[in-house]
Design a protein around this ligand. Structure first.
Ligand SMILES: [Zn+2]
Length: 392
């Protein structure tokens, strides 16, 4: 056999068409460094400590390894990406094994599948690694199945013409984006008002899916509720945080604890003013519910972290959830006692301003199958309806 000269052209070997970016609604990505052939490291964006939602292009038929590093934060229980990318606290997880959250991949931004491998690098703090062989030339990768501002607008638009549903714009965000609300009401609207808000925390898409599920449940399973109650639904509060892909809000404060200010950030102030108008129009605010989304992968069913002040509400919610899941629901992270939220939170704001103790805060969980929490929203509404049925 003739001896061939062995050669290696580094530039040719390294050349590829792969690009990563996050320049779209809800996109999030820090700086990217190519570590080797088909091997990239990225940092998370400075507006989050763990989250990403990016687009890969030029990737068809290639297996690419992604390393990423979470930012270390000074909060116990969240060190090294814990609580967002892996869970390993046996006490909290009831003896479960170390478990990872797997990122999701999509080629169309609509259907998502789990990337079923993930490793925690034993070396650098907060470093993880996953790999994926792409079937198409353009793909999206995200921490959880995302729900964008555009998704919310499309959903609101899709309800146009649905009997008993009207939409309105209750205000605009700091940068002028519309904040819609839905009214679910009978032809002659009932004066008892239930206010539902979703997606205060931008990195909790579960809160948005849950709102869709809750509205679906009212319209299709319990339309009779509208004879006694009118529902005002604000499907997305933290709009600008969602658009820029941040963990919480878009720079105007952290968490949904800005309700007690004389003038809250626009997205919250709009809801406060809308509630004032609604009650001036003769509605009586009977109950306030906020739906957040849990970060845990589907270890638990439906809804956890139910925070309620009134014990009847709490008991009805628990019974309703057990009922919805055929007895297969157990409270997780839910205080057994009534909880009064600190000033600044939605629940407390409703209690202080509207003199009702019927307030609920929850985090709705994705299902085991890695699906969205639409069904969790239905379950929660099933349980809330049970409580509303008991009210005069
Ligand atoms: Zn939350």
């Amino acid at each position: 056999m003739e001896q061939k000269m062995l050669s290696f052209n580094y530039e040719e070997f390294m050349e590829d068409r792969v690009t990563l970016d996050a320049d779209f609604d809800n996109g999030s990505l820090g700086s990217v460094i190519k570590l080797g052939k088909n091997w990239y490291h990225f940092d998370v964006s400075p507006n989050t400590w763990y989250r990403f939602h990016f687009r890969v292009r030029g990737c068809k038929d290639q297996e690419i390894i992604f390393d990423f590093t979470c930012r270390e934060i000074q909060q116990p229980g969240y060190s090294e990406g814990r609580g967002r990318w892996y869970w390993g606290n046996p006490e909290r997880m009831k003896g479960m094994q170390l478990a990872y959250r797997y990122p999701y991949v999509s080629y169309d931004g609509k259907t998502w599948e789990k990337i079923d491998n993930m490793l925690k690098d034993p070396g650098p703090v907060g470093r993880f690694r996953f790999k994926y062989r792409f079937k198409e030339d353009e793909a999206y990768i995200c921490h959880q199945i995302p729900y964008t501002y555009g998704d919310m607008l499309n959903w609101v638009n899709s309800l146009e013409g649905t009997p008993c549903v009207k939409s309105e714009i209750i205000g605009f965000t700091r940068n002028g984006l519309a904040e819609p609300a839905l009214t679910l009401a009978a032809d002659t609207p009932a004066k008892n008002l239930v206010v539902l808000i979703g997606r205060e925390d931008a990195d909790e898409p579960g809160g948005s899916f849950a709102i869709e599920g809750a509205v679906d449940y009212i319209l299709h399973k319990r339309p009779d509720l509208l004879e006694r109650y009118t529902f005002k639904v604000v499907p997305m509060v933290g709009i600008e945080g969602v658009v820029c892909g941040a963990s919480h809000s878009a720079g105007y404060g952290y968490s949904g604890n800005n309700w007690a200010f004389d003038k809250s950030p626009e997205e919250i102030e709009n809801v406060k003013q809308a509630m004032k108008r609604w009650t001036q129009d003769g509605y009586c605010l009977r109950m306030g519910v906020k739906m957040h989304g849990a970060q845990r992968p589907g270890f638990f069913k439906g809804v956890d972290d139910i925070i309620a002040y009134d014990l009847d509400v709490l008991e009805c919610l628990r019974a309703g959830l057990r009922d919805y899941y055929g007895g297969q629901w157990e409270p997780f992270g839910t205080p057994l006692e009534a909880v009064i939220r600190p000033k600044g939170y939605f629940e407390r704001y409703i209690m202080d301003e509207y003199k009702t103790n019927y307030v609920v805060g929850t985090h709705v969980v994705e299902s085991d199958a890695g699906e969205t929490s639409v069904d969790g929203g239905r379950a929660l509404m099933h349980a809330i309806a049970r409580f509303l049925d008991t009210l005069e």
